[in-house]
Write a protein that binds this ligand. Structure first.
Ligand code: ZN
Length: 393
């Protein structure tokens, strides 16, 4: 038995762990390195193992830093089976195809720019293409239910348990048997907080011999949820009262759906005005929301009961899904009473930059930052109360 680490070691992205046991090789996650340009260049490096020799890839969840190198793995020879939960399978498809599109776009942009500056520059090739992504999707095999042990091979059993992080997320418990040795290894994946909306809380893992655990936020306490929600409602109400719009830069997975959940709750409880118009202005977040609706098996009791009572936090009066560019542009003709959710979460790209261009100069409007904003991003500049920012030059 052997465990080796090929990402998310001495760093927080690029999760990729290899377990070798009883003549089989099992990979846990195959994520993308994300962050600085320098770090992202590491994505093209050798994995540190032979992809063709891997029998199974188990995915903890569909965030890019846990599944974003899968097309590369397949491109370099992996022909094994990818196993994950039903919800993660759908979300991973969305995330991987989106990433491939962005890779291609980035390569085209850099090549055009290089061409304008000098003809001799080497051509930039995308890390992987949409075709690679489509090929990778072919390797998805069985889906697993929570708490349902799956015998992957003789001596290797995997059990996925709730991680409470994003839809479909799981911690993976591996029971390994080799000769007379028996070991249980728990891979935490990314862990969510308890008492968040929509998803069940993380499940307590069983006793284990070895725990491989994420610790991204291990050194800081989280702020209490309820005061944040009250502050959120108060900021929206204050903006609407003075006749402005609210722009909320948001991540497409989980955070966008949580916000819809609270906007729906605020409207039905009368905390927010019934006339409030909510725009989910992100094709990726819209697709993710549709996937959420298809996976009630991931809901916690409160959310399940909400749906059973005929309410739907993802479809309520005043909620608009704007997939088309023209629909997105039309939002800017609304003067007040609109809440606009758009990506990217840190304002580094996407439609939110257009909305910020239209609203940052209007003192009646608000921007609500609801998630992490890394140093150097536009979201961080706004959080740090910059007097001026530059958008589209
Ligand atoms: Zn994650």
């Amino acid at each position: 038995m052997k465990i080796s680490f090929h990402g998310a070691a001495q760093g927080v992205t690029g999760s990729c762990h290899l377990v070798e046991c009883a003549g089989h090789r099992i990979l846990i996650d195959c994520g993308l390195y994300q962050g600085s340009r320098e770090l992202e260049e590491d994505n093209a490096d050798d994995f540190g193992f032979d992809p063709a020799a891997i029998d199974f890839l188990l995915l903890t969840h569909a965030h890019l830093d846990h599944c974003g190198r899968v097309p590369l793995l397949v491109n370099r020879g992996f022909t094994g089976e990818i196993v994950t939960t039903a919800a993660s399978r759908e979300l991973a498809r969305l995330v991987i195809l989106d990433a491939a599109g962005l890779e291609e776009e980035e390569a085209r942009y850099r090549n055009r720019r290089a061409k304008r500056r000098s003809k001799a520059a080497a051509e930039v090739v995308p890390l992987y293409t949409t075709l690679d992504a489509l090929n990778a999707l072919e390797q998805f095999g069985r889906v697993v239910g929570y708490q349902q042990p799956l015998q992957l091979a003789p001596g290797i059993r995997a059990t996925f348990i709730d991680a409470g992080h994003i839809l479909g997320s799981a911690c993976i418990v591996l029971d390994l048997h080799e000769g007379s040795r028996q070991r249980r290894v728990v891979f935490s994946g990314d862990l969510g907080l308890s008492a968040r909306p929509i998803l069940r809380d993380p499940a307590a893992p069983p006793p284990a011999d070895i725990v491989v655990m994420e610790s991204t936020y291990g050194d800081r306490p989280h702020r209490e949820l309820q005061p944040s929600i009250e502050e959120f409602y108060a900021a929206i109400n204050a903006t609407v009262q003075r006749g402005g719009n609210v722009v909320i830069p948001t991540f497409a997975l989980e955070r966008a759906q949580e916000l819809l959940f609270y906007l729906h709750a605020g409207k039905t409880q009368g905390v927010l005005p019934a006339s409030l118009q909510v725009f989910l202005d992100s094709p990726m977040a819209i697709s993710a929301t549709q996937i959420f609706k298809r996976h009630p098996e991931c809901y916690d009791r409160e959310t399940a009961e909400l749906f059973q009572s005929g309410q739907d936090p993802f479809q309520f009066p005043g909620l608009h899904f704007t997939r088309e560019t023209a629909e997105s542009m039309a939002i800017n003709q609304i003067d007040s009473g609109a809440v606009i959710l758009a990506g990217s979460g840190m304002c580094t790209g996407g439609r939110v930059r257009h909305h910020l261009k239209h609203t940052l100069g209007r003192s009646k409007c608000s921007v609500i930052i609801v998630g992490f904003a890394a140093v150097g991003t536009l979201a961080r500049q706004i959080v740090d109360v910059a007097r001026t920012v530059s958008i589209f030059g």
